[in-house]
Write a protein that binds this ligand. Structure first.
Ligand code: SAM
Length: 263
């Protein structure tokens, strides 16, 4: 297959090394069935992707790169003093919620590898996460499984609930009514130059820039949340051209908060 630097790459196999444990092998077989790809023992060549399943968990491999979703990487950001300063946490905050005494519910309609959901869950939200790409969802599911055994993450990931599917279809029917709907559709042009972000280029082989901004925002509002929070490039236009009620901005990204009128 010709090597190409553009377009999405197909997932061709689940790789399982010879010395993999029975438990990881069973997970690999289940995943191969679910995703409709064969089990292989050698890495694929060229512009294709594979999921490698071993005793450390699941990773995405291709083009000489490897990506494993590891929620424990986020631990420094979850320390209370740091978490309070997180822009997403500030954007999602519901004033006066503490006095209501009820758990707050968030829907992360574009869950990806779950980092943002983790911030929301760590700040106290019950988070329902939708991920429509089955390969990304498999990586996230595995990250959640591993995090559930981590002493500092167990309680947090208990509040994170993954649904594999399209949030545009699900949001109008989601229950309970969420306090916050969070949207982080892929930015139109994400640069792929920085070496440190190289492994994320692999993820971008699976994703396409969001082509249905209006639909996504309409679906978020149809869930009747108190607030919709949208991650945007700091100088980018509002999602679907909508002007937010207020903005929490950082150096590279901003969070547009859309507060619908209360009925
Ligand atoms: C930019 S990534 C989100 C990253 C995420 N915020 C994180 O912290 O890892 C966007 C993700 O949303 C998913 N996505 C896009 N549209 C979706 C939809 N309608 N329903 C569910 N997932 C969707 C894509 O497959 C992709 O994984």
């Amino acid at each position: 297959m010709a090597d190409t630097d553009s377009g999405s790459w197909p997932l061709v196999a689940i790789m399982v090394a010879e010395d993999t444990s029975q438990a990881a092998r069973a997970r690999a077989n289940e995943l191969a069935d679910r995703l409709g790809v064969p089990i292989a023992t050698t890495p694929p060549e060229g512009s294709v992707l594979a999921l490698s399943c071993d005793d450390e968990g699941l990773s995405l491999i291709g083009g000489g790169l490897e990506l494993r979703a590891d929620l424990a990487d986020m631990l420094p950001r979850l320390a209370p003093a740091n978490l309070r300063r997180e822009l997403l946490v500030r954007a999602a905050r519901i004033k006066g919620a503490a006095s209501e005494g009820q758990p707050l519910h968030a829907v992360d309609a574009t869950a990806g590898l779950g980092s943002d959901s983790l911030l929301l869950a760590a700040s106290g939200f019950e988070v329902c996460m939708f991920e429509s790409n089955p390969v990304i969802a498999a990586l996230l599911e595995d990250a959640l499984r591993r995090a559930s055994f981590h002493p500092n993450l167990t309680d947090i990931v208990r509040r994170m609930h993954l649904v594999v599917g399209d949030s545009v279809e699900a949001l109008p029917h989601v229950s309970p009514t969420p306090d916050v709907v969070y949207l982080d559709p892929m930015f139109p042009e994400r640069k792929k130059s920085a070496a440190v972000k190289k492994k994320f280029q692999l993820l971008h082989r699976l994703e396409r820039p969001c082509a249905n901004q209006e639909e996504l925002l309409r679906a978020a509002l149809a869930a009747h949340p108190r607030k919709v929070v949208v991650k945007r490039p700091v100088k980018g236009p509002g999602l679907a051209g909508v002007k937010p009620s207020h903005v929490i901005a950082g150096k590279a990204v901003r969070y547009d908060c859309i507060v619908p009128p209360r009925s």
